[in-house]
Structure formats: structure tokens, C-alpha cells
Ligand binder design. Structure first.
Ligand code: NDP
Length: 334
């Protein structure tokens, strides 16, 4: 069975030298352990930060050690009374095809007729992130204008729909025509702005004639520089991510528009957050999202690459915008 390790820390965009596949043995489960077969692996933008060794809110990956992150797997052998053969579980696990782990480190996934992949997307970390950023920090009100960047991605697709549900007018910033059609036709966004078409400032101004009350920030950089001048009095800015800066080379700086004067003039509240900050409220958020999905009110997409070997490609595709909705790698059938 295979695992994927961090071969070398990248400087700038990761490439083939960053990753290496390795054959490893898998043993037998001892008491309280289970043997798992990986079904889906989640590739996420934050993994890029872990490939560098600077201080952050998650431990960096170690060179020569396997990457790890969100995995959905099936129990194929159990020496624990907590889990049975056939159960589907989610865990933060090494990226490999089979695992032996303590049952207590896993959470059982109740698929409710849905594909288990949803436990890594809309009913997993990205869905929760959208929920807390939008509902606890953005707090959209009826009639307000909400802008979401990275609007067709795993987090963005949920964030925009939550703002719609709250009665706001919602505009999404995306990188392609296909994504623009997805967010307006399927997700119900009121308008889409394509940043690769150029003239972002004037496109955004035209799409937001009443200014912007909530800006759900996923990307940073020049895209967000076009947002700051349009922020209304008492606007809220949940700062969820800044993907445009994740692959800067050593010594390159993320310099943009100076934002302070806009924040002061409009008394804007800008707050960075990490989804884990809200762990006390995970249950209520899961329930809310699961109800939305089962009633059909919350829509979502997944982009799935097949095979363990597709991990580097799937990960790098996040930075060229290949994915619509949550990017996953399917490793095996359940
Ligand atoms: P996405 O599914 O949104 O995938 C990334 C998308 O970002 C791409 O599809 C692409 O869409 C866009 N993108 C890539 N490079 C750039 C760039 N240079 N400039 C502008 N857009 C770019 O990922 P997630 O939904 O998983 O994550 C979205 C953001 O949320 C990330 O910044 C991530 O780090 C952050 N995050 C934060 C969490 C937290 O706890 N704070 C938790 C989870 C995610 P397009 O084609 O539109 O350019």
C-alpha cells in the first residue's frame, strides 16, 4: 500500500519535487484499534501553509513524513467495540491507502443516504467554516449586499447560499464563466463577477450599486483591494483565507492597497478566524447544514479526481482554480 510524503519544502508553487509516493506495510489492529481503507482524501488550501515550516495555527508537515488531513475511510477489520466492520469514519489521518488507528481518534459518519464524500465538504470542515464565518461574523441582514470571493469553491459555495437564506443580495467573485454560471444558476447568487476578465473594480461597482455590507474574504490580494473602497458603514469582513498569497516565494511580500482608511471611515469590523475556534458550536452547525442538504435547499458540487496518485494534481488544481465546489480524491469504493 502507498502513502504520499513531503519530499522537499516548496519555495513558491509546489511541484513534482514536493511530493513522493512510498510503499509501506500495514499490520493488524491491536486492542481498541481498527484497520481502515481510505475512500476519499480531502486536499485543502491550508495544506500549502503546512508545507512551509513557519509558525502557524497547525503543525507543519515534516520532510520525509506523510502528508495528513481530512480522510473518509471504511473499517475493514476492528479490534474495538466502538466500531464495526463496514462503518464509515472520518479522521485526520496520514494520506495513505490503509491505516491502523485507535478507534477513539475517529468519528463515525452517518451518511444518511448521501455519498460519504460529503463528510469532507458541505457536511465537513469547509461547510462549518462557511457557516461560522458568515453567520457568526458576517451576520448578513435582509436587504444587505454580501460579496463572497472564491465563491464557487468548497467554502464559498456554502457561504453565499447562507447569505441568500438570510435575505441578502449576494454577489460572487469567481475565476471562470463556468463558475459564474454555477453560482448564479444553481446556487442562486444574484450576480457573478469574473476577476480574470479584468476591470474588477468597475465590474464590482456595477454589481454592487448600494455598496457592500459583508465581504466574505477567501482570496486576498488585488481582488480584495477592489472590495475595500466599496465597503459600507458598519460592514463586516470575515477573513477566512488569502489563497492568492499562499505560494509567494521567500522574500516576496503581499503588498496591496492600504486598507486602514477604508476601515476607519466606514467603521468596518474585520475579523480573521479559524473554524476550530467555534468547536463548541459544531453540533448545531452540522444539524443546520444537514437539514439544508436533505431538504435540497443547500446545493453543492464536488470535483473528484480518481486514484491515490492524483493527490498532487488535485492539490495543485486548487491554485489554478480547476475545482468547482469541494476538491477530493477518490481512492477506493466503499
Ligand atoms: P476552494 O474550493 O475555494 O479552492 C480554491 C479556489 O480559490 C480555486 O478554485 C480558485 O477559484 C481560487 N483561487 C486559487 N488561486 C487564486 C488566486 N491566486 N486568486 C484568487 N482566487 C484564487 O478552497 P476552499 O473552499 O477549501 O478554501 C477557500 C479559502 O478558505 C482558502 O483561502 C482557505 O485557505 C480558506 N479556509 C479557511 C479556513 C479557516 O478556518 N479560516 C478553513 C477552510 C478554508 P477561482 O477559479 O474562482 O479563482
Amino acid at each position: 500500500q502507498q502513502q504520499i510524503i513531503l519530499q522537499e519544502r516548496p519555495n513558491g508553487m509546489p511541484d513534482e519535487r514536493t511530493f513522493q509516493f512510498k510503499e509501506v506495510e500495514v499490520g493488524e489492529p491491536k486492542e481498541n484499534e481498527v484497520l481502515l481503507k481510505t475512500l476519499y482524501i480531502s486536499v485543502d488550501p491550508y495544506m500549502r501553509g503546512r508545507m512551509s515550516d513557519g509558525p502557524s495555527y497547525v503543525e507543519p508537515f515534516q520532510v520525509g513524513e506523510p502528508l495528513n488531513g481530512g480522510v473518509v475511510a471504511q473499517v475493514v477489520d476492528s479490534a474495538s467495540d466502538q466500531l464495526n466492520k463496514g462503518d464509515i469514519v472520518r479522521g485526520n489521518l496520514a494520506f495513505q491507502e490503509y491505516h491502523i488507528v485507535e478507534a477513539s481518534s475517529l468519528s463515525k459518519v452517518d451518511t444518511n443516504g448521501l455519498n460519504p464524500s460529503t463528510a469532507l465538504g458541505i457536511l465537513g470542515m469547509p461547510g462549518l467554516t462557511a457557516y461560522f464565518g458568515m453567520m457568526h461574523i458576517g451576520k448578513p441582514q435582509e436587504g444587505e449586499t454580501v460579496v463572497v470571493s472564491g465563491a464557487a469553491g468548497a467554502v464559498g459555495q456554502v457561504a453565499g447560499q447562507l447569505a441568500k437564506k438570510a435575505g441578502a443580495r449576494v454577489i460572487g467573485i469567481v475565476g471562470s464563466k463556468e463558475k459564474a454560471a454555477y453560482i448564479t444558476d444553481t446556487l442562486g447568487y444574484d450576480a457573478a463577477v469574473e476577476y480574470k476578465e479584468g476591470n474588477l473594480s468597475s465590474q464590482l461597482k456595477a454589481a454592487c450599486p448600494n455598496g457592500i455590507d459583508v465581504y466574505y474574504e477567501n482570496v486576498g490580494g488585488e481582488i480584495s483591494d477592489a472590495v475595500w473602497p466599496l465597503l459600507n458603514t458598519f460592514a463586516r469582513v470575515p477573513v477566512c483565507g488569502a489563497i492568492s498569497s499562499y505560494n509567494l516565494k521567500e522574500g516576496e511580500e503581499d503588498i496591496g492597497l492600504r486598507v486602514q482608511s477604508f476601515l476607519i471611515k466606514s467603521r468596518v469590523l474585520m475579523q480573521g478566524f479559524i473554524v476550530g475556534d467555534f468547536s463548541k458550536h459544531f453540533k448545531e452547525a452540522y444539524k443546520f447544514l444537514a437539514q439544508g442538504v436533505s431538504s435540497g435547499e443547500l446545493k453543492f458540487e464536488e470535483t473528484i479526481k480518481e486514484g491515490f496518485q492524483a493527490i498532487p494534481d488535485a492539490f495543485l488544481g486548487l491554485f489554478s482554480g480547476e475545482n468547482i465546489g469541494k476538491q477530493l480524491v477518490k481512492v477506493a469504493d466503499g
